[in-house]
Design a protein around this ligand. Structure first.
Ligand code: ANZ
Ligand code: ZN
Length: 821
């Protein structure tokens, strides 16, 4: 009766919740709507400790808003396309769908056990044709707007995964998935024109200030990398069979034009081959072969010895008329700026290193007060006054930049410009397990989108195991009957595009689909989506700071432009939960410090694990599983649950006659917990809840007694607060208090401000100078009342042992001193 039996409690409630469906929003407009979303999982296996933490945080938020009376949308789904499924299928001679959907079922079972308060009827899998039909539909809209296009250019290539990667998927020069160094390859690939949105992606961050972690905003700002400067066109002189040509450079320092002593084009850009004179072509080609295998990081590393090849050509500085040798080198990147630079070795370190390697002149044009770069080998990059610079001489840097731009604009050889680090999003992949690109290539019509009524273009059947092994071309290309189709425009023989989409396309719009995942006439209904979005609280790992969040922001802006949504940012607030470590290190196979979630749940119970995750630290901080105490959490839960047995008053008993001190404690806790929840200080809210449990226990044991209505009031508050963190225990406690399920929608306890203000204090009662009792009293208790309370105390009476009283000194509300006769 009075034992807290975790297994029995966990067995009792899921069926009830299934029946009541308390987690499905009503969407009837009666209550304010709130969308709480966790980044949806990838079905890589069963849930792990990281999921347990992240989803505990999101669930706490969803449950809190539900108690506060919001109509909460808290859906769950799976990001279920992607390489791991394909690799597993190759290994097991299976179909990726088998592995994927089996893992989804495993995770779904675990999520249910973990008691995520999700509306399961809205479940979405991005690999379902019913979902990817709309991913394709959206792709077609982007294509029709000119926002999806194909081009041939050097792309990031992972030699191990045999597929291209978006810039965002290259981390320190390596494939973010497998760690292999990424190389460049010239390929015809599909892109989304995210660069058209660079300024809006930057400007709209204003809306997110203070609501997203500052470091995420900084990472996005940095990734977009807006730099102001100028395009300056240099004329490359004709040479023998090679005609004259204008080549623009991007520079942030047009003030240094007089200091340019050579000109560099990216060795791997097609331009380098166009420029090079016949006698140097072989040398350049050999050099290009060498460059091909290098990552961007290696190419730009400052420690590396500079390499390059003279092209045999010369560029004319438009301001000075000076002739500069044109080099091809790898430290200039083909896909940044214009792929060509004017080199100013005195004021740019990489140019200086190059000049010193190849014995090129160094000319100081900004006097910064520092020693000459030519002497020291250290480029001077600070502010200063222009020297040796014709009419720019004497100006400070900013004035010189403005003047230089005026001069080139006057000449027609250049103009002010803004350059971005952000590249268009390379979205095509040469892999099987993804959304097929819904384009048909027709020899006479070109790229023709698949008509809406023929969507989805489903993946071809019959491919499995070895047939999916990476070969650099898409496995889809091997299925002829799938590839060969009539052109939708002219009916002639045509071929399907055989690439699939980056899975980040799937995840760029899933939060919209959750509003009505069964809709089969559109990806979503604008009106419904506008009711629910932007997402009120998004929860997920900081590893998505750029990729997923930037792409989703881009998608939302395009949908806004298409008139499909009326907001421009998808995620109003973002919470990045920390990691779960073990022994101060991330859990990993190689360290052997992994902790199995299922085992933890078996050993301590779901609620204890959830509570531990949330109580361990502020949600943004890491949780070190070696430092926490799930057994301590379990003990606390048992203590809280046992209060239910002590309450003897009936449901609905008016609390107003109850013990003041306990009531005040209850109301203060409820009020503080709300403020703490709103501030994402979930761990502190739990600490407050623990204090309330202790105070209630003490009140029951020290004479207030289980019949006092204040004890019921306190215990009901405990159940409701506990329902955010430990849903099983809270539900069972609620039930023991005589309530019908479910505590999840019981409603946040009403706070009486007067009781909140009336803080209680501890009054010390001394007999002959010795402390014999501590009483919890109201701070404005009267002297008489306090004297009476003190004399009524059992402890005091025992010590007095029948003796009379000489004097009682009362200093309300803190002290009573009794001197016996
Ligand atoms: C002349 C110059 C003089 C430059 C000087 C810098 C200092 P951010 O701020 O990152 O945009 N640059 C331009 N395109 C490049 C490319 N494709 N590969 C490598 N470097 C490139 O950097 C802009 C500066 O980086 C440009 O300004 C250019 O060098 C170089 F005292 O032009 B500067
Ligand atoms: Zn055609």
């Amino acid at each position: 009766e009075n034992t807290y039996d975790v297994a029995a409690i966990e067995a009792r409630w899921p069926a009830v919740w299934d029946r009541l469906q308390p987690f499905a929003p009503s969407d009837d407009g009666e209550r304010e709507r709130r969308y709480v979303l966790d980044m949806f999982p990838y079905p890589s296996g069963d849930l792990h400790m990281g999921h347990a933490e992240a989803f505990a945080m999101g669930d706490v938020v969803a449950r809190y808003y539900r108690q506060q009376g919001f109509d909460v949308l808290h859906p769950i789904g799976w990001d279920s396309f992607g390489l791991p499924a394909e690799n597993a299928a190759i290994k097991r001679n299976a179909h990726p769908a088998e592995w994927t959907y089996a893992n989804i079922e495993t995770q779904a079972t675990s999520f249910k056990r973990y008691a995520i308060s999700a509306d399961w009827s809205r479940r979405v899998h991005t690999s379902d044709p019913e979902y990817y039909r709309w991913t394709q539909w959206l792709f077609v809209r982007f294509f029709q707007r000119g926002l999806a296009y194909r081009k041939n250019s050097p792309v990031n290539w992972c030699p191990k995964d045999q597929t291209v990667l978006a810039n965002e998927q290259v981390v320190n020069g390596a494939c973010e998935r497998c760690g292999t160094l990424v190389t460049k390859k010239n390929l015809n690939q599909w892109y989304f024109r995210i660069t058209d949105y660079a300024d809006r992606l930057l400007d709209d961050m204003e809306q997110l200030k203070g609501r997203w972690p500052e470091r995420v905003l900084a990472m996005q700002r940095n990734w977009i990398g807006r730099s102001e400067g100028a395009h300056v066109r240099f004329a490359i002189e004709a040479d023998g069979e090679r005609p004259a040509v204008d080549v623009p450079v991007f520079t942030t320092r047009p003030d240094t034009l007089y200091g340019a002593t050579f000109f560099v084009v990216a060795a791997d850009a097609p331009l380098a081959l166009d420029l090079v004179t016949a006698d140097r072509r072989a040398e350049l080609e050999a050099y290009r072969d060498q460059v091909k295998g290098l990552s961007e990081i290696e190419r730009q590393a400052t420690e590396r010895e500079k390499t390059g090849v003279f092209t045999g050509r010369h560029a004319i500085n438009p301001l000075t008329g000076e002739k500069l040798p044109v080099w091809a080198a790898d430290y200039v990147l083909a896909d940044y700026g214009t792929g060509a630079i004017m080199a100013v070795p005195a004021h740019d370190q990489r140019d200086l290193d190059f000049a010193r390697t190849f014995d090129l002149p160094v000319r100081t044009v900004v006097d910064t007060g520092a020693e000459d770069a030519a002497e020291t080998g250290v480029a001077t990059v600070g502010e200063g006054t222009l020297v040796n610079s014709g009419e720019l001489s004497g100006l400070d840097r900013d004035a010189a930049i403005r003047r230089a731009i005026e001069l080139i604009e006057g000449q027609g050889t250049g103009e002010h410009t803004v350059n971005y680090r952000l590249r268009d999003w390379l979205l095509s992949r040469q892999r099987f397990w993804g959304t097929p690109i819904p384009i048909i290539h027709c020899p006479s019509c070109g790229e023709v989108p698949v008509p809406d009524d023929q969507l989805p273009v489903t993946l071809p059947e019959g491919l499995r195991g070895e047939a999916l092994a990476p070969k650099g071309t898409s496995p889809l290309a091997a299925v002829e009957e799938w590839v060969n189709v009539p052109c939708p425009a002219c009916g002639g023989a045509a071929e399907r595009d055989t690439d699939t989409m980056d899975t980040f396309v799937d995840s760029s719009w899933y939060y919209l689909r959750f509003v009505d995942p069964q809709l089969d006439t559109a990806p979503f209904e604008s009106e419904a989506v506008n009711r629910w979005l932007p997402v009120g609280q998004y929860v997920g790992g900081v590893e998505h700071a750029i990729l997923h969040l930037l792409y989703s922001r881009f998608f939302t802006k395009v949908l806004f432009d298409l008139g499909m949504v009326d907001f421009t940012e998808p995620f109003g607030a973002l919470l990045n939960q920390g990691q779960v470590l073990n022994g101060g290190r991330a859990m990993s196979k190689s360290l052997g410090n992994g902790v199995d979630l299922g085992e933890q749940l078996d050993r301590y119970g779901v609620d204890a694990v959830r509570l531990t995750m949330v109580f361990a630290s502020p949600p943004e901080d890491d949780v070190d599983w070696a430092d926490v105490s799930p057994s301590g959490s379990a003990k606390f839960l048992a203590r809280a649950w046992r209060l239910g047995t002590d309450v003897t008053s009936d449901v609905g008993t008016d609390p107003s006659t109850g013990d003041r001190a306990l009531r005040s404690m209850t109301h203060r806790t409820v009020s503080e917990a709300a403020a703490l929840m709103e501030a994402n200080k979930f761990n502190v809210a739990i600490a407050k809840l623990m204090e309330l449990v202790n105070a209630t226990r003490k009140a029951v044991d020290s004479g207030v007694g289980g019949a006092d209505p204040a004890v019921r009031e306190a215990t009901e508050a405990v159940a409701i607060l506990l329902s955010l963190f430990a849903p099983y225990t809270a539900e069972d406690l609620w039930n023991r208090l005589g309530h019908e399920a479910t505590v999840a929608t019981a409603g946040w306890p009403a706070v009486d401000q007067e009781l909140v203000r009336q803080e209680s204090v501890v009054a010390v009662v001394q007999v002959q100078g010795k402390v014999r009792e501590r009483l919890t009293v109201s701070p404005d208790i009267g002297e008489d009342e306090l004297r009476e309370l003190a004399l009524a105390s059992e402890q005091v009476q025992r010590v007095l042992d029948g003796r009379g009283i000489r004097t009682v000194i009362v200093r309300a509300p803190k002290l009573v001193n009794i001197v016996p006769a």
